[in-house]
Ligand binder design. Sequence first.
Ligand SMILES: Nc1ncnc2c1ncn2[C@@H]1O[C@H](COP(=O)(O)OP(=O)(O)OP(=O)(O)O)[C@@H](O)[C@H]1O
Ligand SMILES: [Mg+2]
Length: 216
Amino acid sequence: MKRGKFIVLEGIDGSGTTTQSTRLAEALERKGHRAHPTREPSTGLVGRFLREILASGRRVEEAPDYKTMALLFAADRADHCAIEIAPRLAEGEVVISDRYLLSSIVYQSATSAVPEEAAEFVRAVNRGALVPDLTVVVDIDPRVAKARRTARGGAPELYEVDELQGRLASLYLDAERLLSEHPIVHLRGEGSVEDVTAELLAHVERVIGLGEGSPA
Ligand SMILES: Nc1ncnc2c1ncn2[C@@H]1O[C@H](COP(=O)(O)OP(=O)(O)OP(=O)(O)O)[C@@H](O)[C@H]1O
Ligand SMILES: [Mg+2]
C-alpha cells in the first residue's frame, strides 16, 4: 500500500480553515481519492482537555503559560499522529489537518514575552512529529476574519483577541522562516469559499500528483 499524503491548513481564527478542510476532503473524494479531514486540538483525550482550556472564557494572561500550552499541544499532536494520522496515511488516505505544528509556533510565540525563544521551544518539543507533505497557510486581513467570527456567533475563545489576531496574521506571513524544514504555500483567504477551495485543491493535487509520478 502506497503511503497517503498529509496536508495541513493553517491561518488565524476565522480565516476559513475548518470550512476549507471539509470542502477539500469532499472535492478530493469526488475525484476518487480517499480523504480524511481532522483537526487540532484533536478529538483525543489531550485534545479534549485543550479545547476545554480554549473555551474556558479565560483571558490569555489567566491561562497556563506558553510553555505549558506548547507541551499540551505537543502531547496532543503525538497522540493525534499515533492514533489517527499515521494509520490513515498507512492506508493510503489523504489526511487533512485543520491546524498542526505551525499553529503551535505562531500562537505560542505570539503569547510569549520572548517570541523567538518560544518558537525554538515549540520546535524542540515537536522534533518527533510527522512532517506534512504540504502546509497551506490561508493569509487574511484580520478585520475580515473578525467579521466572519462575529457573523458565526458564539463566545470568543482564548486567543480570539483583536490585537493578538493581528500579530498572529503577521507571524503566519513569516511561516517559512518559522518552520523552514516544512514545505509551505500561501493563499489569500478573502475570496469566496469556492474560489479558495479551487486554489487549495490545485496546490494539493500537485502534491498528490508528485507521489503518483505525474508531471509536476
Ligand atoms: N471564503 C469565505 N467567505 C465568506 N465566509 C466564509 C469564508 N470561509 C469561511 N467563511 C465563514 O466564516 C466563518 C469562519 O470560518 P471557519 O469556521 O471555517 O474559520 P476557521 O479559520 O476555522 O476559524 P477558527 O480558527 O475560529 O476555527 C464561518 O461562519 C464560515 O462559514
Ligand atoms: Mg476552525
